[in-house]
Design a protein around this ligand. Structure first.
Ligand code: DX5
Ligand code: ZN
Length: 216
């Protein structure tokens, strides 16, 4: 079963609880983009908002850190076993130490790579990872256009996983919508983060149903 994670950055934040209640039965969980206005030039929310979301839904949370100090965040956030913590490759100073800290908290370990980072960079850590996020836009903003060259990267990662008999989840994040999701699912991508492709449509619930039908 392929998975969709609506990205709350694109929702009306003051109505986040209602949006979550409306969509939660029909998605794998919710994606939360944490940005610090330093690692990326945009500021969203921090651990206290993520903790509030955790209070109103039992769904899996998929937290995507685009911040300079992921360790600090890890100390402040209260996630549950099996939630996903994804860190941008370029924000980590000591990668094994960081991945180990995530694992110790019983969270799923994920690395996100921007379009300009090659897959080879993450292969040394691949056996520790539960998920790889191929960023299909440059991390920082919702509503950007999908970068078509990232399809090649997804294909290469699917082939690598098969060659080495590995089972990590392959996710794409950025510019995903009803025009491209089916092709990506067919080539072997397992999970999709969708922000504007759900929330910037007239009826987010209908759109989520449509996306689910396209991939499963
Ligand atoms: C971009 C974020 C994405 C974003 C996706 O930096 O990591 O998760 O929310 O939004 P859309 O789907 O609008 O590109
Ligand atoms: Zn994200």
């Amino acid at each position: 079963m392929k998975k969709i994670y609506p990205s709350l950055i694109a929702a009306k934040l003051l109505e986040a609880k209602q949006e979550i209640e409306k969509l939660e039965q029909y998605c794998a969980g919710f994606h939360l983009d944490v940005m610090d206005n330093h690692f990326v030039p945009n500021l969203t929310f921090g651990a206290s908002f993520v903790n509030e979301v955790a209070r109103v839904t039992t769904k899996q949370l998929f937290v995507h850190l685009m911040i300079d100090n992921p360790f600090e965040f890890l100390d402040q956030v209260k996630l549950k076993k099996g939630d996903i913590l994804s860190i941008q490759y370029a924000s980590m100073q000591d990668i094994p130490h960081m991945l180990n800290a995530i694992k110790k908290k019983d969270l799923l370990v994920s690395i996100a790579i921007n379009p300009d980072i090659s897959l080879e960079k993450i292969y040394p850590y691949i056996k520790t990872l539960d998920q790889v996020v191929i960023m299909s836009v440059k991390a920082g903003f919702s509503g950007q256009s999908f970068i078509p060259e990232t399809i090649k990267k997804a294909r290469a990662l699917v082939a690598y996983r098969q060659e080495y008999n590995l089972t990590f989840d392959i996710c794409m994040d950025g510019g995903i919508n009803s025009n491209n999701i089916q092709e990506l699912a067919h080539l072997g991508v397992d999970s999709f983060v969708v922000g504007s492709g759900i929330f910037n449509t007239p009826d987010p619930l209908m759109e989520l149903h449509k996306l689910n039908t396209l991939i499963n």
